[in-house]
Design a protein around this ligand. Structure first.
Ligand SMILES: NC(=O)c1ccc[n+]([C@@H]2O[C@H](COP(=O)([O-])OP(=O)(O)OC[C@H]3O[C@@H](n4cnc5c(N)ncnc54)[C@H](OP(=O)(O)O)[C@@H]3O)[C@@H](O)[C@H]2O)c1
Length: 417
């Protein structure tokens, strides 16, 4: 089995939009208004005076699209145009200066600079308290992307590392690597039919993430009826990574698999996928989570000293493979248990190579919405559990991080922007 050495983590390249952020201290809370303008409100899409300008704005947008072949989305989303987008079009600046309706539209474009959203913005990386709710520019969906109004964001161990500075992201940053929400607008090349769809997936940028009212994404699954935003957000990263790791293991129905971290987001997804495929599962977790692991169809075994003996007692017929999602130094015990590293995969132990064990790394290039859709459909069918520990409002993001950092939650921790 190939050993994958690539470190995991959010590796989406920061794009130009990241640079559009202002640090919380730079974000104006007292926008300068043109004469006669009502103040822009914080609520996105709720722009006083925009209705009055709508017909002229639409004409302007259509004209510009025809004349200059730009693929900037039109309709309500014309408000995303930047001042430069509008004023750099040949002749438009002059026409905007002369014509009253067009002047109104130019003002709208200028006001666009104050199209802001609420987000947990990191101005400099460090302790949980660096997650400060502030106003940030609402992102713009580019080619192939949708703009999502985020209703729930899962909080992940990787985000604890990102917040602390381990990923060397550029500040100011909005982290949050999975979301559930509603498509509000589409970028060029995306069918407008998806507007209004409930979706769950990955933000395209590691610094334009889901700890915000809005994010942009090109990789998402559809949330079926009956599945909550919290459940959907809790499913994305767990289902994707668990399915990818299990796919490396060539498991056959009737085989016995050990899953460490079985009560966690990745581990509980792995247990459920394995059970769906007729595999017997020994789930290693804390005693406080034993009933939950049992409810997923696995035999619970407590972590801690004596682990190998307890697993052998729980699986008298032997163990065929092991998936480590805990990353707590359990690989030597698993190698001992299986008599070698060949059928062990870890998603979480960076010492994998030392033990000859395969590390399965996630990243933007190998995210698969297929298993996420499968898990969401199973939730809707009552055949999958996405357990939620607690939901926090966005301005308590620091507390959410402190809870996840304990390493012992009772389900996914969710932020509600
Ligand atoms: N490879 C990748 O691409 C990738 C992607 C995403 C995540 N990850 C990594 O995968 C790991 C799990 O993520 P997650 O979201 O599933 O975390 P999680 O929901 O917090 O779950 C953590 C699990 O680890 C268990 N655990 C905690 N301390 C332990 C110990 N000392 N010994 C044994 N088990 C222990 C917990 O059990 P109890 O709470 O029941 O005690 C729980 O089952 C993290 O390290 C994360 O960074 C990797």
């Amino acid at each position: 089995m190939a050993v994958i050495m690539r470190p995991y983590g959010p590796d989406s390249p920061d794009n130009a939009r990241d640079q559009a952020f202002k640090s919380p201290s730079m974000v104006s809370t007292a926008p300068v208004l043109n004469a006669g303008e009502a103040p822009a409100t914080k609520a996105m899409g709720d722009i006083p005076g925009r209705d009055a300008c709508l017909p002229a704005r639409s004409r302007l947008a259509n004209k510009s699209l025809t004349a200059y072949g730009t693929s900037v989305p039109i309709g309500p989303e014309v408000m995303y145009w930047t001042k430069r987008d509008v004023t750099s079009l040949p002749g438009l600046r002059e026409r905007a200066r002369r014509s009253t309706p067009q002047r109104k539209c130019r003002r709208l474009a200028l006001r666009r600079r104050r199209i802001i959203m609420k987000a947990a913005v990191i101005a400099s990386f460090g302790e949980p308290s660096v997650l400060q709710v502030a106003e940030a520019p609402r992102p713009v969906p580019g080619p192939g992307q949708v703009l999502v109004r985020v209703h729930a964001a899962g909080v992940n161990p990787a985000e604890i590392l990102a917040r602390a500075g381990a990923f060397r992201l550029r500040a100011p940053a909005i982290i949050g690597f999975e979301f559930a929400g509603v498509v509000e607008a589409v970028g060029p090349g995306v069918d407008e039919g998806v507007v209004g769809d409930r979706v769950a997936g990955w933000p395209d940028s590691a610094t334009q993430g889901s700890y915000a009212e809005y994010t942009v994404s090109s990789n998402f699954a559809t949330i079926p009826d009956g599945v909550s935003f919290e459940e959907a957000a809790a499913t994305v990263i767990g289902a994707d990574n668990a399915a990818r790791a299990l796919g490396l293991m060539n498991l056959r129905p009737g085989e016995t698999l050990v899953v460490t971290g079985a009560s966690g987001a990745l581990g509980s997804a792995a247990v459920q996928f394995a059970r769906q495929r007729g595999v017997t599962v020994i789930g290693v977790a804390g005693t406080a989570n034993a009933d939950f692991v049992r409810s997923l169809g696995a035999t619970p075994v407590a972590h801690g000293p004596g682990l190998v003996d307890r697993i052998r007692a729980a699986a008298p017929g032997g163990v065929d493979a092991a998936l480590d999602t805990a990353g707590k130094g359990l690989l030597p015990a698993l190698v001992d248990l299986l008599g070698g590293p060949d059928r062990i995969v870890t998603l979480a132990d960076r010492d994998a190579a030392q033990h000859g064990v395969a590390f399965s790394a996630g990243g933007s290039e190998n995210r698969d919405r297929g298993p996420v859709q499968e898990a969401l459909n199973l939730i809707a069918a009552g055949a999958w559990t996405a357990r939620i520990d607690r939901s926090f409002p966005l301005d308590e993001a620091a507390d959410a991080h402190r809870l996840v950092a304990t390493g012992h939650t009772h389900g996914k921790v969710i932020l509600i922007p």
